[in-house]
Every structure is written in structure tokens, then in C-alpha cells.
Design a protein around this ligand. Structure first.
Ligand code: EPZ
Length: 426
């Protein structure tokens, strides 16, 4: 196991290159299951989750080759996914349990092969993460769904048929799964109350480049005209709006000034608005988004919502910011049922946080004191690392594998703008 050792107190100044988005890359990688041609994805981040999904795609019969990496280690990777021969339609528990986004192979597999058996992902630290919406949506397209010994089996021997999918509430993954499945269904599918995240728009862009006929991505209703076959394409993964938002918070927390190179303001407006409410100065430049502190941080309010609202994946990072703001902040987690695990760890650093149901009230304090803390999930660990950047003395963040799932070269990027941070073996 490895841990991060952070010595707080340095204002961060400089430029941080933003990597390709993990939550766009994962569904994009699954599109290779929909075609016999090759799909090349550029700007892929080097992350554990990408490796886990590559292992799963290999298991299903996809061959993955690394294209010559333009720009070397600092640029994103280009990988080519060749799904010409799918020789297995079972996604096994020992892979799926490592990453619940593995469920995104379900829709493409049943659309292309007429069947798919995927281990139930199981819950994770932030909630039990059911997949009922994924399954109901596939049934609306004519799939038969059976559950057997911890696996879900979807079959559509005659292929999927276009239909009407109406989500009772927004689900990013269910929208992605059904969008990919509908691309090869016979007839037209409408997806109502669809997720509007930028990652959905990126996925639709890639699918349309493969010959799909998708309109309305990014809006509440998406229409998909199914086609017989999809062909290959080359697609560059969008920049990671959550990574960019996380470093934007670091700029304000440490009273610094960071240029987030490659970040797109329109993908993270709610994050930028909340940073401005907290006292940050946000400017959009040609090469990215700049966030500058203006001397003090004031308390703010945030309620997590589906896009374009305040992202749940930014909640832990903003809670760290609230810990060092002047005055009180009120943060409500309205998407996941258990996404406050970072609260007890932040309290170990001296934070003053009270939780009532899904709402946390944070009373800012001038001084956080470094201490050993435990990462519990991906974004919680980033919140703890951010707190360590401002706490006096040394903070060690254990169980780094959580962070490595979603942040590429974290300590290098932070060190390059002045942070005192090391990765050491535990
Ligand atoms: C995606 O997860 C992201 N993961 C999550 O990011 C993100 O937090 C989440 O969307 C919300 O934005 C990836 O894109 C790989 P949902 P997903 O389906 O698709 C409930 C990170 O840190 N629900 O939009 O699983 C669910 O339990 C990760 O990068 C059902 O009840 O999220 C949750 O309460 C964490 N039934 C809510 O809906 C279902 O069938 C939203 O979940 C599906 C979801």
C-alpha cells in the first residue's frame, strides 16, 4: 500500500494540465463492443479504472493496442480497441467487483451479441448503487432480464427493438447503457429524463462518428434511430471536469492562482459559480480556466444535483474548502445516500462539521492541523488531500488506491505548482 505525505501551508501557483475524463473514457471504451471495426480513443488518462475496464474488455475478446503516445508521458494515451471477435459475453465477478462501471458492457453486449451476463456490481462505500434503471430500460427495448446467483443475464435473441424509455430520476450510467444499446436496436428509441452530463454528449458524439443516429444528447430527451451496423472511429476523450474542479478548489483553499489547462468552463459552470460565491476569482482563458484567490474564502451553500447542477463528485472537495472558509457553509448531498465518509476524517484534522441527515453544516476554522487520515472512496480521498495542503504540519492520506482510480499523476501535478507532497510506500 502507498500513502501521500503532505506538508501544508504553501500557496499553489502555476499551470496544471487537465487529463482526459475518467467518466467519459469508461463508457467510450465500451463502444468498441458495438462494432467489428476498430475504435481508437485519444487522450485517455492513465488510471486504475481504465486498466480494470481494459482487463474486462480483453476477457470478452477485445484486443487493445497502445498507439504511439504523442507528447510522451504528459499527454493522454491513445489506445485502439478491436472488438471484431467477441468470444465471451460474461463479465465475471472478480473483475466487476473492482469497478461498478463494468455494468456499462451490458447494453452494448446484448445489443451486438443478443445476450450478456454481468455480475451484479454490488454497492460501494458511497451507497448500494442499484442498477434497476439500467435493467428496466433494456426491458423497454425488448430484452429479457433474469437474475441468477449474483449475475444479471440480459437476452434479446432477435435483437433489441426501439422503444420509449422514461427514467423516474436521472441516472448517468443507465442513460449511457441504453444510449449504446439503442444505437443498434431496430427502430427508434426515445430516452426521457436522460442525464445531461457532458460525458453523455461526448459518448453521443463518438457513437454518431461510428454511424449512429443520435439527437438531443445533453438535453432531457434523447432520440436514437437504430442502425444495422456501426463502424469504427477515432475519438478524443473530453477533459476531466471533476479533476479540473478539484484543482480549482486547491487554488482557492491555498490562496493561490492556478491555470487549469484544457479545462472547459461550460462543463463545470456550477463548480465555478460556487467557487465565485466562496470568494474565488474565475477567468476563462483560451487555454483553460484560471482560478485565483482574492485573500479570503467565505462560506457558501451547495446542494448536489444532476448536471447542470452542482456535481456530487465535487461535494467532498468543496467540504474541504468549507473547513477553512470564514463563516458557515451548508452542503447537502442529494444524489448518494452515504457520501459523507470524509466528514469524520476531516474532523481529525480539526474541522468543525455537523451532519443532520443528508446535510452537513461546516463552521470554518482558521487552522487545520495535520494528522494521518484514511481514504474511503475516490472523491473523499481528494477532499482529504486538499485539506492536507492547508493544514499545519504533516498529513498522511492512506489507502491511495482510491485516489489512483480517478486522479492521474496527482502528486506530480501538485508538486509542479509548489505543493510539498510525496508518495511513499506504507
Ligand atoms: C456516475 O455514476 C459516475 N461514475 C459517478 O462518479 C457520479 O457520482 C454519478 O454518475 C453521478 O453523477 C461514472 O460515470 C463511471 P447514477 P452512476 O446512475 O452512473 C441511483 C466518481 O467519483 N441509481 O447517475 O453509477 C444511484 O444509486 C463516480 O467518479 C438507482 O437507484 O450514477 C444514485 O443514488 C462516483 N438505480 C443515483 O441514482 C439505477 O439503476 C445517481 O446514480 C442507477 C442509479
Amino acid at each position: 500500500m502507498e500513502k501521500l505525505v503532505i506538508t501544508g501551508g504553501t500557496a499553489l501557483h502555476g499551470t496544471i494540465p487537465i487529463s482526459g475524463a475518467k467518466n467519459a473514457a469508461l463508457p467510450l471504451m465500451c463502444t468498441c463492443l458495438l462494432t467489428e471495426d476498430k475504435v481508437t480513443l485519444e487522450n485517455l488518462p492513465r488510471l486504475a479504472d481504465i486498466t480494470t475496464l481494459t482487463d474486462l474488455l480483453n476477457h470478452l475478446g477485445v484486443t487493445v493496442t497502445i498507439e504511439g503516445g504523442k507528447g510522451g508521458m504528459l499527454a493522454g494515451r491513445s489506445l485502439t480497441f478491436d472488438g471484431h471477435t467477441i468470444n465471451d459475453t460474461v463479465a465475471p465477478y472478480d473483475i466487476v467487483r473492482k469497478m461498478r462501471a463494468s455494468i456499462l458492457v451490458l447494453g452494448p453486449l446484448v445489443a451486438r451479441m443478443g445476450e450478456a451476463t454481468v455480475s451484479l456490481p454490488g454497492g460501494c462505500a458511497i451507497g448500494n448503487r442499484p442498477i434497476d434503471l439500467h435493467l428496466k430500460a433494456l426491458e423497454a427495448l425488448g430484452a429479457t432480464i433474469e437474475m441468477e446467483q449474483g449475475y444479471v443475464r440480459a437476452t434479446a435473441p432477435g435483437g433489441l427493438k426501439g422503444g420509449r424509455v422514461r427514467f423516474p430520476f436521472v441516472s448517468v450510467g443507465a442513460t449511457e447503457n441504453i444510449l449504446m444499446a439503442a444505437a443498434l436496436a431496430k427502430g427508434t428509441t426515445t430516452i426521457e429524463n436522460a442525464a445531461r452530463e457532458p460525458e453523455i454528449v461526448d459518448l453521443a458524439k463518438c457513437l454518431n462518428a461510428m454511424g449512429a443516429r443520435i439527437t438531443g444528447a445533453g438535453h432531457e430527451t434523447i432520440t436514437v434511430e437504430g442502425v444495422e451496423k456501426l463502424h469504427g472511429c477515432t475519438h478524443a476523450v473530453m477533459p476531466d471536469r471533476i479533476e479540473a474542479g478539484s484543482y480549482a478548489v486547491a487554488a482557492l483553499m491555498t490562496r493561490g492562482d492556478l491555470l487549469l489547462e484544457g479545462a472547459k468552463a461550460e462543463d463545470m459552470q456550477a463548480t465555478l459559480d460556487t467557487l465565485t460565491e466562496a470568494g474565488g476569482i474565475v477567468t476563462v482563458e483560451d487555454v483553460g480556466v484560471r482560478v485565483k484567490a482574492n485573500g479570503h474564502v467565505q462560506g457558501f451553500n451547495a446542494v448536489t444535483q444532476p448536471f447542470p447542477g452542482f456535481a456530487t463528485d465535487m461535494q467532498a472537495q468543496f467540504m474541504a474548502l468549507a473547513c477553512v472558509a470564514d463563516g458557515a457553509s451548508v452542503i447537502t448531498e442529494a444524489i448518494f445516500e452515504n457520501r459523507f465518509m470524509h466528514v469524520s476524517e476531516l474532523t481529525r484534522l480539526g474541522a468543525n462539521i455537523t451532519v443532520k441527515g443528508s446535510t452537513a453544516t461546516v463552521r470554518g476554522t482558521k487552522l487545520l492541523r495535520g494528522a494521518p487520515v484514511m481514504a474511503t472512496d475516490l472523491r473523499a480521498s481528494m477532499g482529504l488531500a486538499l485539506a492536507g495542503l492547508v493544514a499545519s504540519g504533516e498529513t498522511t492520506v492512506n489507502r491511495l488506491y482510491h485516489l489512483d482510480r480517478g486522479y492521474e499523476r496527482l502528486e506530480e501535478k501538485l508538486r509542479s505548482v509548489g505543493a510539498k507532497i510525496e508518495r511513499v510506500a506504507d
